[in-house]
Design a protein around this ligand. Structure first.
Ligand code: ATR
Length: 278
């Protein structure tokens, strides 16, 4: 019987993870099944217990269960501990379940695949929620000269900066305090894009040849991507590559084979575009 994997979330119908993992299997010849499962809020532990009791090998976890998965894991990787969230649960031979997070490394790998430089750059992250917490450790691992976290609620950005200050030069601020500052790389980690809105940003925020990344993705450029293009960014990307990147890291953790991400991103992008034009 094939090894079994799944993604848990609520809602889950939108999840592209089964399609992504199917393509990884086609590439690598790995024999596994990967399904998506809607889990009722409050039922995470029951659903995870049932999955692993039935012989399930590993789970990806999406909203709103990343904190539940963090609490569920028998042990956590250091990066998951830092992130305070888990998107990957793996059953070990002794029956214990390890929790890990691959979102941050997925985003960094996407940026590196796109040919973006982070080392020595002034990097700004917008937002201070769970999504941002998950990318700070790998971002600081790229040795930016400066990492600024700016958030509508400044105290949350300052708290995040305190939690990560041992890993590099990181500061928290309000959005208003961005006035007069410039950055080479700007990452939108707010959930504002989801609602079609944008945090208020100074017109001269972007340094020449800036790169802008939205952790969200959609068939059309997000409102933040449009803002970036209008304000002079020469490199602009959404988070589709981050999605595929976190899946690739999960696949690697489970199967010990690194799949190719670029053909998968290209195919997903084409499908999204076809669906939009229908
Ligand atoms: P996620 O898990 O996606 O990170 P979250 O933890 O709820 O979600 O965090 C959402 C982030 O988006 C927060 O930083 C939030 O700012 P506040 O901390 O001030 O709430 C930010 N955010 C959401 N909507 C926003 C908006 N319209 N303008 C600016 N920031 C916004």
């Amino acid at each position: 019987m094939s090894d079994t994997y799944a993604v848990f979330g609520n809602p889950i119908v939108q999840s592209k993870s089964p399609v992504i993992h199917r393509q990884f299997c086609e590439q690598t010849g790995e024999d596994m099944t990967y399904t998506k499962q809607l889990v009722a809020e409050g039922d995470f532990n029951i659903a995870a217990n049932a999955f692993f009791k039935d012989g399930g090998h590993g789970l990806n976890i999406t909203a709103p269960f990343k904190q539940d998965a963090f609490a569920y894991a028998t042990s956590l990787t250091e990066r998951a501990q830092r992130a305070g969230a888990v998107n990957l649960l793996t059953r070990q031979v002794d029956g214990s379940v390890t929790g890990d997070t691959t979102d941050g490394v997925g985003m960094i790998n996407d940026m590196l695949n796109l040919g973006w430089e982070l080392s020595g750059k002034r990097v700004l992250v917008l937002g201070a929620g769970g999504a941002v917490r998950g990318v700070l450790e790998p971002l600081l691992g790229q040795n930016p000269v400066e990492l600024c976290i700016a958030n509508r609620t400044a105290s949350k950005a300052e708290e995040l900066a305190r939690d990560f200050h041992d890993l590099g030069s990181v500061a928290g601020s309000s959005l208003e305090a961005l006035a007069g500052k410039q950055f080479d790389v700007v990452i939108n980690g707010t959930s504002a894009s989801l609602h079609g809105s944008l945090p208020p940003l100074p017109d001269d925020l972007l340094a020449p040849n800036a790169a802008c990344y939205d952790m969200m993705y959609a068939a059309n450029p997000t409102i933040f991507m449009d803002w970036a293009t209008e304000h002079g960014a020469t490199k602009v990307a959404d988070g589709l590559g981050m999605l595929v990147g976190q899946a690739a890291e999960s696949f690697y953790a489970w199967r010990h084979i690194r799949p190719e991400v670029v053909p998968v991103i290209t195919q997903l992008r084409r499908k999204m575009s076809d669906a939009k034009n229908k």
